[in-house]
Design a protein around this ligand. Structure first.
Ligand SMILES: Nc1nc2c(ncn2[C@@H]2O[C@H](COP(=O)(O)OP(=O)(O)OP(=O)(O)O)[C@@H](O)[C@H]2O)c(=O)[nH]1
Length: 321
């Protein structure tokens, strides 16, 4: 029993030391596999929590079907703290709780018999895991808009340039490419000067919400800084990307902001290719954005339409952060 508790302590430290959620996920899986010694397990997080994070944190679907997950969740949520239950399939269900809320559950299937202590340690480790996941997630968000922040932006671009996250074309559908768009609120200084910073912040928040609604769940929307946003999204072509961004521009322009009336945005975009640096890519999207500003604002420009000579693209010395 002491050994289980001692291991639990070491495992909890291992979990809290993970600074990246993919490592955290691996460590958590590895710990449970070790602790269960051959038993199998599945982890489910409830929908409200998952909507904020990534669905990939659900695994072990082969153990239970989705209807069973729903009914186990309902039971797990109604149990007193630190209680477990057995399902008709002989699975042990451990609710994962944090601050008296049930965030999810681990279902364990094993031929062996578990000691109560081990189950308590597993429930504890699962809640450490969830807590750490949530902490890592919140560190990636901008506090005002809850969009992804600028630090996360660079990581995502690097991942995408390295070939991660490309959707496989489904049956006969054309392959999609990633695009980066920079989006800037027009004449925002005059919003602040006329209505004050608090209203200015509300406008930033509302524009952020319109952006979020306009993109798909698998796209990324960032607050790049101040009144500037960035998005990484997938489309089949430059033309399709232009259409998507035009739609967004129109949505913002048609929206009536309660305190300030009409607000517009200017946009510039570029296809993500394997340029050597994130700065090269941002520089290209920025050039297109400046062209939109230069042409009178409230418009979208594709970098590909600018015909910039290669000599002007030597931006390898720019420091972004
Ligand atoms: N309220 C508020 N204002 C911000 C924030 N971050 C930056 N700003 C303001 O945003 C304004 C940006 O102004 P400029 O860069 O001159 O650009 P602009 O007025 O939007 O004009 P164009 O971009 O040329 O259309 C400045 O007044 C900043 O103080 C923020 O978080 N909240």
């Amino acid at each position: 029993m002491d050994k289980v508790l001692r291991c639990g302590h070491e495992w909890a430290i291992a979990l809290t030391e993970q600074l990246d959620d993919s490592d955290l996920d691996d460590v958590y899986q590895c710990i449970l596999e070790k602790a269960l010694n051959g038993g199998t397990f599945g982890l489910w997080l409830n929908r409200t929590f998952v909507a904020d994070l990534l669905p990939s944190f659900i695994y072990g679907n082969e153990l239970v079907n989705s209807l069973e997950v729903e009914s186990y969740f309902a039971r797990a949520a109604n149990l007193p703290l630190n209680q477990i239950f057995l399902t008709r399939k002989g699975l042990i269900v451990l609710p994962i709780r944090h601050k008296e809320k049930t965030f999810g559950m681990v279902c364990i299937s094993s031929v062996g018999k578990f000691e109560d202590t081990l189950l308590v340690v597993l429930a504890y480790l699962s809640s450490v895991y969830i807590n750490q996941l949530a902490t890592l997630h919140h560190a990636r968000l901008d506090p005002l808009t809850e969009l992804l922040n600028r630090q996360t932006f660079e990581q995502k671009v690097v991942q995408i340039m390295a070939g991660a996250g490309f959707n496989q074309p489904r049956g006969g559908q054309p392959e999609r490419a990633w695009f980066l768009a920079m989006i800037d609120i027009d004449h925002f200084k005059s919003v602040n000067d006329t209505y004050g910073h608090v209203i200015g912040d509300e406008v930033i928040l509302m524009v952020a919400q319109l952006l979020k609604q306009n993109f798909r769940a698998e796209d990324y929307v960032f607050r790049y800084g101040g009144e500037e946003f960035a998005t990484l999204f997938q489309c089949v072509s430059d033309t399709a990307a232009m259409q998507a961004l035009e739609r967004l521009r129109e949505v913002v322009s048609a929206h009536r902001f309660p305190q300030v009336g009409r607000v517009t945005v200017s946009l510039g975009f570029v296809e993500v290719r394997d340029f050597c640096q994130v700065t090269s890519l941002v520089n290209r999207a920025d050039m297109a954005l400046y062209e939109s500003k230069h042409q009178g604002r409230n418009r979208v420009t594709a970098f590909s339409a600018l015909n910039v000579p290669e000599s002007q693209l030597d931006d390898s010395d720019i420091e972004l952060f």
